[in-house]
Structures are given as structure tokens and as C-alpha cells.
Design a protein around this ligand. Structure first.
Ligand SMILES: *[C@@H]1O[C@H](CO)[C@@H](O)[C@H](O)[C@H]1NC(C)=O
Ligand SMILES: *[C@@H]1O[C@H](CO)[C@@H](O)[C@H](O)[C@H]1NC(C)=O
Ligand SMILES: *[C@@H]1O[C@H](CO)[C@@H](O)[C@H](O)[C@H]1NC(C)=O
Ligand SMILES: *[C@@H]1O[C@H](CO)[C@@H](O)[C@H](O)[C@H]1NC(C)=O
Ligand SMILES: *[C@@H]1O[C@H](CO)[C@@H](O)[C@H](O)[C@H]1NC(C)=O
Ligand SMILES: *[C@@H]1O[C@H](CO)[C@@H](O)[C@H](O)[C@H]1NC(C)=O
Length: 805
């Protein structure tokens, strides 16, 4: 194992070395030392400086190079190094990994590609949270939001009436900075606010205000952080809407846990209205947040694929240490869909969230020549009557892009554009239409892109079937048709809902397909939440509108929905581990939509599968009473750490030993010889006690185990009996043993076995099933993800062996 680790590490290090064009280039590196063995942070920092000094001529040079010393939640530092220095440090005693600090990206589109929703919970759709719970729970829970900062003047961050004093456990700060006065900004709601800029400035140079607005403080210039924070924990604000004159999605805005406290960690900064967050800064935020006493961390950003190994990713390292301290970390899954395997933030100790719609739409009526009617989607405020024109009049080859513009003014015209002509995105088409001085734009897209965006120009999105009709009518008209566009409406209870968004990142994980990611899906399309009035709602410079509430779409918006629910669970069950909370969310998630059919996944317009939505769509009410949970403590992740190549010494320095949890290294034990392990053992993480079950490369009969914990509430319970129901994946027989689990006051934990028997010839395709344990009241559901591999000559022997059973 030690050997294979060296190989593993040597590989990743040399890869990064070869990528450096010149050996003399310096970068910000992160040097990770595992769990903080030292109780005194100052001593830890001293040690870091000593270590860093070994690769510099003087201590002064080392000090210059150092960005952060991470010393609270874990041990490590970031510094500007050249490749030689990085290599030397990677071989130093106690160093677990050395890797470059990369830039992560926010998981919203620039509000363009996909837009528009509301977090008005006034509908009683099953994905929403009852107000009585929101008011009962969350009060002592502190949610840390790692994002672009905060606009503290938003009503979302006012104290809720009757809110108690700041929890005594809180050790964080509210720091002063540009246009940010802690005395005014922070209160019993917004209890902390800090910012991290060193990594950003080393990478991108000093903050440049001529380039884009920014503040050297926790103040939010981009809106993203204000939006996500208000979605997770925003106070209740009545009668809000997008655009005063449009009044879209009017209703009450509130976060999932409106009584929870908010701690803001600004790690993402504005460059041309795009958020950039460096890993050196992110790790500093983790280090502080773990020390400050947050209970939940909500992070809506990620490193784009290719994904990096778990040992060289700050989000992985930070969330691992958070998990050990009982802190839940919720990440967005990324906006890379609908192609498979581009899911981000795939760590086994955190939650990765996919995005789907709610039941709200913004239908927009279009009438041609007073007779032909179409129904699109948009945010049109005022009625428009104009001539309809084809894109070919204004753009070469009909491609609606600024680069294709003919020198013809479209003043007073509505242009009809097709996204598939030249493969044009909404933002490009809208900019081009504005450039031609058009009065409005009708943009035709495939059925798989259902959601409207906010725009500057009046913009209606039409599906390809209606768009084709409109184009036909236009081409057959002798005189230009007169088009009337009516103001968009806000309509609730659209069925089916939810629908997984086309851009939501899909599984399986490209680095660890042996456990399911994403974990769960949550609303994140056209979410209405708080917004800085100084930030243009479209994030386009020319947009001069000022709004306090804005629509945003993305897994960025889905993530804080889950964080809010996690805060409620944390408050109701303070003892539950992050894994127990995740299990409660996953096993109670639903896969059936409002039309009583499988939730759809757009992008493909088919029934969704676990790679689209993980265990399903979040159901906060059921999550509060899951019946059973698949719990995991640090010890349960050790097999995973072994499988990804850590050796025992390293695992010992990663794992936090607390009282009652000291195994004297006994459990920090990897199988020393994988070949001698018991027959049928899977050299993957199939036995990780995850609430979803994945078996890859199923060649012959294979058995895995799971352990469930009874957490049923209600005083009178004595004995609980759970029966199993199985839905087989195609071509696989699944046998669960035992068939019933009996829990009693003295036996609250049961282990069961799942045997997978392949009964088809197949290679390299995924099939899905499920296991549901039920006591007649609770339904504890786990998705099954199986990849049968029986079709090669080698594997056909395995298939025959199976047939003999
Ligand atoms: C790296 O930096 C060290 C210390 O400044 C210096 O001695 C060494 O020559 C540098 N190596 C390379 C390859 O730039
Ligand atoms: C800021 O950005 C502008 C535009 O990109 C550039 O012209 C200017 O030189 C930059 N200023 C600094 C101090 O970097
Ligand atoms: C909500 O606000 C709008 C516009 O400001 C106003 O016309 C309306 O009366 C308000 N509704 C309620 C219920 O207060
Ligand atoms: C566009 O047309 C206007 C008026 O016809 C003319 O003045 C202008 O020079 C043209 N611009 C280009 C780039 O052709
Ligand atoms: C079109 O937009 C570009 C920037 O996107 C701008 O530079 C150009 O001047 C615009 N042209 C017209 C005719 O508005
Ligand atoms: C299927 O099995 C063959 C033979 O054992 C193996 O080479 C191949 O990698 C397997 N494919 C997958 C997808 O696991």
C-alpha cells in the first residue's frame, strides 16, 4: 500500500510539474499537513514558517511567500513557490499533499443561459417547508455561507422578531472594510462577516475597480452571495417581487431556516461580473469557519472537471475536517449538464446538490396578425405591438450574433431567432438583438430548455415546435406580420414539477463512480431572492435597473435550499452526524412528480435516473422523520481513504482522535494485501455505509452490507419492524437478507446484506433499482446503481457460475 501511495502521489505531482511551462514560474501552492496535532494555533503557525523556511534562503523570504497559515480546523499553509520548492516540501516529514491553488467558479450562469425563479414558498408544493417548522427550528444553528459576500441592508438579513442573542458558542468576527461597518451590518441575524483576498490578489493582481465594481470588505458586488444566503436563512419578507412594475413571482420571500444565524465568508470576487474564488482563500475560510463554530457550510462553487484527487482538493480537505467536527457541508453539483460524468464536489463526506424546477412559470402570450396564438416564456413587463422580422434580415446566415450583424437597423422590429442556427446562446442573441436596436426578440430553443431568463430587451422564449410554426407563417407572409406580445404572467401549480434542469451536472462521478453523486436535487430555477441594488440584475453593465430581489438559476441556488433544510434538521436533532442528516435527506427524497409519474430530466426529456437527481428531490417534511438513517463516523471513511491510496501513517494524521473515539490506530488500518482479502470483496467503495448503493463491474454474484440506525421519534415506541421491498435493476436479481429488521430499545442498529446476481449478458451500461425499508409509516429508500459486466470472454465464466446458483 505504501508503494502504491508513492506511485499515486508521484503521478499527481509530476503531472502538475509538467504542466508548468517554465520551471521558474511561481504559483500559489497549498501544503497540507492533515489534522492539527497542536492545540496552540500560534505553535502550528510557527511550525509552518519553519517548514517553509527550509526551501527559502531566509525566514524573511519565507514570510513574504506565505499567504495563509491554516491552523484551526486542520493544519497546512499556502505560499508562493516554484516547482522545486513544492517538490521538496512534498517530501518533507508530515506533509500529506502539496498542490496548486486553482480558481473555482460560481455555479450560476451569468443569470443568462437559464433564468428566472422564485423562492416564494406560498405554494404548498411538496418540496417546500412548512412555516411552523421554520419558525420552530433553526434558532441556534449557524450557517456559514462561502460566497461573494453579503448586502447587509437587504431586509432578508434583518433580525426576526424575538430572535435571541448571538449564540455563545460563536467565536467568529464581523470585520470592517470598504463600505462595510460592522456596527451597522451585523446583528443577531448576520452574526459574522469576513473576507479572504490574498489568494485572489496573488493570482489576479490588486482589486481593479475600473474593471468591475468590488469592495475590499464583506460587501457583495456580484449578488450571488446575497442571493444564496437569503435562500438558505433569509428572514421573512412580505410582498416582494421581481421588478416593481412587472411584479413577477409576488409573494413572501424567506430562507429555508429563517431563524438560523448567518456567517458570511467572502471568498469569491468579481472580474467582469464573473465570480472567481481561489483555493488558498477557500481553505482559509474553512479553517476559520471550523474554529468559529458554524454548524452548516453552504458553498455554491466548484472546480470544473477534470476533477482532482481527493487529497489535492481544498473543498475535499476542508469538508473532510468539517465532517469530523460534526459540521455538514453542502455543495452545488455544478452546471455542466446534460452530458454525463461532469458532476463536481463529489466527496463522500459532503452533499452534492442537483437542480430542478418548481411549479412556477412565466407564460407570455404572442399573437400574430391578430389570429395566430403562441405561448412562450419570459419576463415581459409592457405590451408590445411591432412587425415581426426573420433573423436573416439583420444577420448573415440568420445567425443571431454580433459578429454576424449586417449593417441594418431593426428599430421597431421584433426579431425571430433560432438558437440552433449557428448554435447561439440566449445571452449572445439578446446582445446582438440589442445591437441592431431591435424592439424585442423571440428566441426559439429545443424543448429541453424550458426556463426563461431575465434580459434587458423584451425577450420571449419559444419552443421549437411553436417556433417552427411561426417561421413558416413568416415565410409565407407577403407583408411583414404584426406581432403582439402581452405581459408575462406568473402562474403556479404547473404540472409536472419538479423537472431536472438540462444544465444540472450529471453523475456518475468522473473520479469515484463507485458511489453515487449527485446526492439529491433541490429547487434552483428562477429563484427569487435578495439582491444588492447596486448590482445590475442581469449582470450586464448596460443594465441600469436596480432591484432588491432578483431571479437566479443554477445549482448555486439549489445548494442553499438544502443548506436551509440541513439547518432545520441540525436544530431539531443536534446530535445527528453530517452523514445521518444527509441520510435523512436522501432516503426520504421523492422521485415522483406532481403528475404522479417519474420526475423528468430535461436535456434528454426522459424519466430521470439517479445520475440526474441522486436519491431524488428533497422532501423536508419527511426528512424530519426519516425512521432509519445510514450513519457514518470518521472511522467509517477509513476504508475509503485506504482505497484512494492513503497509507496508514497519513490516515492517522488525517483522522481526528477525540475522547471515546481513540482506537489507538486500530481502525486506521488498510488491508495490507488486497489480493488476500475475502472472495467477492469489491475493491471499491460499495461497502461505504452510503444511503445510495452502487456496484460497478458486476461480473458474478456479489454481496455488500449496510447498517441502519433507528431514529424514529415518538415516545411510545418499543419495537420497530421494517420490511424490505426491492425493485431490481434490469438484468440483475437483488436479494436482501434479512427480509425484516427488528429494532428494540436495546438494539437500535441492524446490519443487512444485499446480494446482486447478474442475469444478463451486458457490458458497460448502468441500470437502476431501489431498496425500500418500511415499517408501514416510514419509507427508507435507497437507489441502486449497478453496472453489469458479463459480456467479455473472461466474464462469461462468471455469468455461467451465476447461472449455477
Ligand atoms: C526556486 O526558488 C529557490 C529559492 O528562491 C531558488 O533557490 C531556486 O533556484 C528556484 N528554482 C527554480 C527552478 O526556479
Ligand atoms: C484595471 O483594468 C483596466 C481595464 O482592464 C486596465 O486598463 C488597468 O490598467 C487596470 N488597472 C490596474 C491598476 O491594474
Ligand atoms: C404589495 O406591493 C404592491 C406594490 O408595491 C402593492 O400594490 C400591493 O398592494 C401590496 N400587497 C400587499 C398585500 O401588501
Ligand atoms: C452603416 O450604415 C450607415 C448608414 O447607412 C453608414 O453611415 C455607416 O458607415 C455604415 N457602417 C458600416 C460599418 O458599414
Ligand atoms: C455591438 O456590440 C459591441 C459590443 O458587444 C459594440 O462594441 C458595438 O459597438 C455594437 N455595435 C452596434 C452597432 O451597436
Ligand atoms: C469489464 O470486464 C473486463 C474483463 O474483466 C474488464 O477488462 C473491463 O474493464 C470491465 N469493464 C468495466 C466497465 O468495468
Amino acid at each position: 500500500m505504501a508503494h502504491s501511495f508513492l506511485y499515486f502521489w508521484g503521478l499527481s505531482l509530476s503531472l502538475s510539474l509538467y504542466l508548468i511551462p517554465s520551471a521558474f514560474t511561481s504559483h500559489v501552492y497549498i501544503v497540507y499537513l492533515g489534522h492539527n496535532q497542536n492545540k496552540v494555533p500560534l505553535l502550528t503557525s510557527k511550525h509552518h514558517l519553519q517548514l517553509l523556511s527550509t526551501v527559502f534562503a531566509s525566514k524573511e523570504d519565507a514570510k513574504q511567500a506565505m499567504l495563509y497559515s491554516y491552523k484551526h480546523g486542520f493544519s497546512g499553509f499556502s505560499a508562493t513557490l516554484n516547482s522545486t520548492q513544492a517538490q521538496i516540501l512534498s517530501n518533507a516529514k508530515g506533509v500529506i499533499s502539496v498542490f496548486k491553488s486553482k480558481t473555482t467558479h460560481l455555479h450560476t450562469t451569468r443569470s443568462w443561459d437559464f433564468l428566472g425563479l422564485s423562492m416564494d414558498y406560498s405554494t404548498d408544493h411538496k418540496g417546500t417547508i412548512p412555516l411552523k417548522w421554520q419558525q420552530a427550528y433553526g434558532g441556534d444553528v449557524i450557517v456559514g455561507v462561502f460566497d461573494t459576500g453579503i448586502w447587509p441592508d437587504s431586509h432578508s438579513f434583518r433580525e426576526e422578531p424575538g430572535m435571541g442573542p448571538v449564540p455563545r458558542s460563536w467565536k467568529g468576527k464581523c470585520v470592517a472594510g470598504e463600505h462595510f461597518d460592522p456596527a451597522r451590518a451585523c446583528n443577531r441575524k448576520l452574526i459574522g462577516a469576513t473576507y479572504y483576498l490574498k489568494g485572489f490578489e496573488r493570482r489576479y493582481g490588486k482589486l481593479n475597480r475600473t474593471r468591475s465594481i468590488e469592495y475590499r470588505s464583506p460587501l457583495d458586488a456580484l449578488g450571488h452571495g446575497t442571493h444564496t444566503a437569503s435562500t438558505a436563512v433569509g428572514s421573512i419578507v412580505k410582498n416582494v417581487s421581481f421588478l416593481e412594475d412587472g411584479g413577477f413571482a409576488r409573494g413572501t420571500a424567506r430562507g429555508g431556516a429563517p431563524r438560523a444565524r448567518l456567517a458570511v465568508y467572502k471568498v469569491c470576487w468579481n472580474i467582469n461580473f464573473d465570480g472567481r474564488c481561489t483555493e488558498a482563500d477557500i481553505l482559509a475560510a474553512f479553517d476559520d469557519a471550523l474554529h468559529d463554530g458554524v454548524h452548516v457550510i453552504s458553498a455554491s462553487f466548484g472546480l470544473r472537471p477534470p476533477l482532482r484527487a481527493f487529497s489535492v482538493s481544498t473543498a475535499s480537505i476542508g469538508s473532510f475536517h468539517a465532517m469530523q467536527m460534526g459540521i455538514s457541508v453542502v455543495f452545488s453539483a455544478g452546471n455542466n449538464g446534460p452530458d454525463p460524468s461532469l458532476v463536481e464536489n463529489v466527496f463522500p463526506w459532503s452533499i452534492s446538490v442537483a437542480v430542478s424546477t418548481i411549479d412556477r412559470t412565466f407564460p407570455t402570450r404572442i399573437i400574430l396578425d391578430g389570429s395566430l396564438s403562441f405561448l412562450g416564456e419570459g419576463f415581459v413587463v409592457h405590451p408590445i405591438t411591432a412587425e415581426l422580422s426573420g433573423a436573416g434580415t439583420y444577420f448573415f446566415s440568420g445567425v443571431c450574433r454580433t459578429q454576424s450583424m449586417k449593417n441594418v437597423s431593426a428599430d421597431g422590429k421584433i426579431i425571430l431567432c433560432f438558437s440552433n442556427v449557428g448554435s447561439v446562446r440566449r445571452e449572445e442573441a439578446e446582445a446582438a438583438a440589442r445591437n441592431t436596436s431591435a424592439t424585442g426578440l423571440i428566441f426559439v430553443e429545443p424543448l429541453s430548455r424550458l426556463f426563461p431568463d431575465i434580459t434587458i430587451l423584451p425577450f420571449v422564449q419559444l419552443d421549437i415546435i411553436q417556433g417552427t410554426k411561426m417561421a413558416q407563417y413568416l415565410s409565407e407572409s407577403i407583408d411583414p406580420p404584426i406581432v403582439q406580445i402581452f405581459p408575462s404572467k406568473t402562474v403556479l401549480k404547473r404540472s409536472p414539477a419538479p423537472i431536472v434542469a438540462d444544465f444540472s451536472s450529471r453523475g456518475p462521478s468522473s473520479i469515484s463512480p463507485d458511489f453515487l453523486k449527485p446526492d439529491i436535487s433541490a429547487p434552483g430555477i428562477n429563484i427569487l431572492a435578495a439582491w444588492p441594488p447596486k448590482t445590475p440584475p442581469t449582470l450586464v453593465q448596460e443594465d441600469s435597473r436596480s432591484v432588491n430581489w432578483n431571479f437566479q438559476s443554477g445549482t448555486s441556488m439549489a445548494c442553499p435550499h438544502v443548506s436551509g433544510v440541513v439547518a432545520l434538521l441540525k436544530s431539531a436533532y443536534p446530535d445527528w452526524s453530517p452523514a445521518a442528516i444527509r441520510s435523512a435527506l436522501m432516503t426520504t427524497a421523492y422521485t415522483i412528480d406532481t403528475s404522479n409519474d417519474q420526475i423528468l430530466a430535461v436535456g434528454s426529456i426522459k424519466a430521470s435516473d439517479p445520475f440526474d437527481i441522486g436519491a431524488g428531490h428533497i422532501n423536508p417534511i419527511r426528512a424530519m422523520d426519516p425512521g432509519l438513517v445510514y450513519d457514518m463516523k470518521t472511522q467509517d471513511y477509513i476504508i475509503f481513504l485506504c482505497n484512494i491510496g492513503y497509507n496508514e501513517d497519513q490516515i492517522r494524521s488525517l483522522v481526528l482522535h477525540t475522547h471515546g473515539n481513540t482506537n489507538n490506530g486500530k481502525n486506521t488500518y488498510c488491508f495490507s494485501d488486497p489480493s488476500s482479502s475475502e472472495a467477492g470483496r469489491i475493491t471499491s467503495n460499495a461497502n461505504l455505509n452510503y444511503p445510495s448503493i452502487t456496484v460497478l463491474n458486476l461480473q458474478r454474484t456479489t454481496t455488500i452490507t449496510r447498517t441502519v440506525h433507528n431514529v424514529a421519534t415518538g415516545q411510545g415506541w418499543k419495537v420497530a419492524v421494517y420490511f424490505v421491498r426491492v425493485v431490481n435493476p434490469h438484468g440483475v436479481d437483488v436479494v436482501v437478507w434479512p427480509k425484516l429488521l427488528i429494532f428494540s430499545p436495546i438494539k437500535q442498529e441492524c446490519t443487512y446484506y444485499v446480494t446482486f446476481i447478474p442475469n444478463k449478458i451486458s457490458q458497460g451500461r448502468y441500470d437502476f433499482g431501489e431498496i425500500i425499508w418500511s415499517d408501514g409509516f416510514h419509507y427508507v429508500r435507497s437507489p441502486l446503481v449497478v453496472l453489469v459486466n458479463t459480456s467479455t470472454t473472461a466474464a462469461s465464466a462468471g455469468f455461467q457460475a451465476t447461472a449455477n446458483i
